[in-house]
Design a protein around this ligand. Structure first.
Ligand code: NAP
Length: 464
C-alpha cells in the first residue's frame, strides 16, 4: 500500500534492483518475453512538481521563478495499467517548454488539469494526485501492454508522442486534435516522460528511429510533430515549394524543425535568432537568410501598451533585403512581443500560423493590415496521430534531423528546465533516464552513416 502522500522510500534497495534489472535487460537487447518476465517495481524515479508548492512563487516575476526549486526527483508508486495503455521503460526524455510552464505554475498550476481528468473516468481518477509527473517526450521500450492493446508488445523500441485522446469520444475522429477531451501527456495528464517509467496510451506510440541514440530519438516527437502540422499538414499552413517562411526562434525547439521542413519542402526560410552562434547554426542547417534580432534590436513595443509600426516596417524591409519579398507564411510562437509584427510583415494573402505565446498571450495586432490584405491567422496545437507518425517517419528516414544540443541526467532535471526557461539553450535539451550514458540505442548503423554523423549531431557539436 502506498503512503498517503504517494511517496515511497527513495533508495529502497529492492526497488533499485528491479529497475536495474530492467535497464540491464534493455541494454542487453533482451527479448520481449524476457522483459515481460521481469517483475515490475512498486515505484519508480520521476520528476515531479508538488501541489503543496503551487503557491511557492507567488508575487515573483516569471523570470524569477526557478524550476530548480519546484522540480523534484522522487520515488512514486507505479499506477495500475488501463487496458489501452502500456508501461514504457524510459531510456531518455527531453525538456519541453510545457515543463517550464508546469514548474513555474504559469499561467495556471497544472493540478487543475489533473483534477478535471480525474473526474472523467475510473482510469482518469488515477491522475488526480498531490504530485504531477511531468514530461511530454520519451524514448524507450515497451514493458507491458494492456489487454486491449493490439499493435505494441513488450520489447518494442518506441518513442512517445504527447497527444492523449480517448478514441471512444466521437469528436476524436476526423482530426483528434479537435477532440473535446484532447490533452497533452505529461502536462495535462500525470505519469509523463521525465521518469524511469511512463504510462502511455497505445495510440501514443511510434517506432523508434533505428539510426538514433535513445537521447536523439527522445527529443523530437513534441516539437517535430508540432512544426510538421504547422507547416506541412493541410491542418496548418500547407506550405508549398517556393513559399517564403519567416521562422521566429529558428534554432529553438520548434524553429529548429520548422527550418528543416522549409528547406526540405522547397521553401525559402528566413530565420530569426538572437546570437551570432545561432546565426552560424542556422546557416549550417541550410538557412541562408538569417536575422539576428539582438543585433537589430527591434522595439516592436515602445512601452507596455504601445506598438511601434515603424519597427514592424523595419523588420519587413530587412526580410525583403534578404529574400526580395514578404513572407507567405509566418511561423509564430513568441506571441505578444512579435504578433503585431508577424501580422504586418506577412504577404498579402499570407498566413500567420501560431501555436503559442511565450512572451504573453494577450495579443495585439492592427486588424486593418489583416483584413485589407486578406491575411489569415491560423491556430495550431501539437499534432494528431497521423501527423505525428508522418513526422516521425521523416526522422526515421533521416530526412529530418534531431536537434539535441545538451544532455542532463534526470537527477538534474530542474537545471535543464531552468536553461530552457532562461532561453540559454539551442534546439532541444535531452535528459537521460534509464540510459546510463549517451550514445546507446543505435540499431541501424548503416543508415546512420548514410545520413551522416555531422548532420545528426549538428546541434550537439555546437555545445561541445
Ligand atoms: P524554445 O526552445 O525556448 O525556443 C523558442 C525560441 O523563441 C527561443 O529560442 C528564442 O529564440 C525565441 N524567442 C523567445 N522569446 C522571444 C521573443 N520575445 N521574441 C522573439 N523570439 C523569441 O521553445 P519551443 O520549444 O520552440 O517552444 C516555443 C513556444 O511554443 C513555447 O511557449 C511552447 O510552450 C510552445 N509550444 C507549443 C506547442 C503546441 O503544440 N501548441 C508545441 C511546442 C511548443 P531567439 O532568442 O534565438 O530568437
Amino acid at each position: 500500500m502506498a503512503p498517503a502522500d504517494g511517496f515511497l522510500p527513495a533508495d529502497a534497495a529492492a526497488l533499485a534492483f528491479l529497475m536495474d534489472s530492467i535497464r540491464d535487460a534493455v541494454l542487453a537487447g533482451a527479448s520481449g518475453d524476457e522483459l515481460a518476465s521481469i517483475t515490475l517495481p512498486a515505484s519508480y524515479r520521476a520528476a515531479v512538481v508538488l501541489k503543496e508548492e503551487a503557491e511557492m512563487f507567488a508575487g515573483l516575476e516569471s523570470a524569477e521563478k526557478d524550476p530548480r526549486r519546484s522540480l523534484h526527483v522522487r520515488e512514486v508508486p507505479v499506477p495500475e495499467l488501463a487496458p489501452d495503455e502500456c508501461y514504457i521503460a524510459v531510456m531518455a526524455s527531453a525538456i519541453n517548454f510545457n515543463t517550464v510552464w508546469t514548474s513555474i505554475f504559469e499561467p495556471v498550476p497544472t493540478f487543475g488539469f489533473l483534477a478535471r481528468l480525474g473526474r472523467e473516468s475510473v482510469w482518469g481518477a488515477r491522475h488526480d494526485l498531490a504530485y504531477h509527473v511531468v514530461g511530454s517526450d520519451a524514448s524507450g521500450v515497451v514493458l507491458r501492454s494492456g489487454s486491449a492493446v493490439r499493435n505494441w508488445k513488450p520489447g518494442d523500441r518506441v518513442v512517445v508522442h504527447c497527444n492523449y485522446v480517448d478514441d471512444q469520444d466521437p469528436t476524436a475522429h476526423d482530426d483528434s486534435m479537435l477532440a473535446a477531451n484532447q490533452r497533452i501527456w505529461g502536462f495535462e495528464t500525470n505519469f509523463g516522460g521525465l521518469a524511469d517509467l511512463a504510462v502511455v496510451k497505445a495510440n501514443q506510440l511510434l517506432p523508434k528511429p533505428a539510426h538514433l541514440t535513445w537521447e536523439e530519438a527522445a527529443c523530437n516527437a513534441l516539437c517535430n510533430s508540432t512544426a510538421y502540422r504547422m507547416l506541412v499538414s493541410r491542418n496548418g499552413a500547407g506550405m508549398k515549394q517556393g513559399d517564403v517562411v519567416l521562422v521566429w526562434g529558428a534554432t529553438g525547439g520548434l524553429g529548429g524543425y520548422a527550418v528543416q521542413y522549409v528547406v526540405n519542402g522547397g521553401g525559402i526560410p528566413v530565420g530569426v535568432v538572437s546570437s551570432a552562434s545561432k546565426v552560424k547554426l542556422l546557416q549550417a542547417l541550410g538557412c541562408g537568410a538569417v536575422i539576428d534580432r539582438s543585433e537589430k534590436a527591434y522595439r516592436f513595443w515602445s512601452d507596455d501598451n504601445t506598438q511601434d509600426e515603424t519597427e514592424w516596417r523595419r523588420l519587413g524591409r530587412d526580410i525583403r533585403a534578404l529574400v526580395g519579398e514578404d513572407p507567405d507564411i509566418v511561423f509564430e510562437h513568441p506571441g505578444r512581443q512579435t504578433m503585431g509584427a508577424s501580422v504586418f510583415v506577412a504577404k498579402r494573402g499570407g498566413i500567420i500560423v501560431t501555436c503559442a505565446a511565450t512572451s504573453g498571450y494577450m495579443i495585439e495586432y492592427d486588424n486593418r493590415h489583416l483584413w485589407m490584405k486578406l491575411k489569415q491567422i491560423k491556430s495550431s496545437h501539437f499534432a494528431n496521430y497521423r501527423e505525428a507518425y508522418e513526422a516521425n517517419r521523416l526522422i526515421s528516414l533521416g530526412r529530418i534531423q534531431p536537434i539535441l544540443s545538451v544532455l542532463y541526467p534526470l537527477s538534474r532535471v530542474g537545471e535543464a528546465a531552468a536553461q530552457v526557461h532562461g532561453n540559454r539553450h539551442e534546439g532541444k535539451i535531452g535528459v537521460l533516464c534509464l540510459a546510463p550514458s549517451e550514445g546507446l540505442g543505435i540499431s541501424d548503423h548503416e543508415l546512420r552513416e548514410k545520413v551522416g554523423e555531422d548532420r545528426i549531431t549538428a546541434f550537439r557539436r555546437l555545445e561541445a
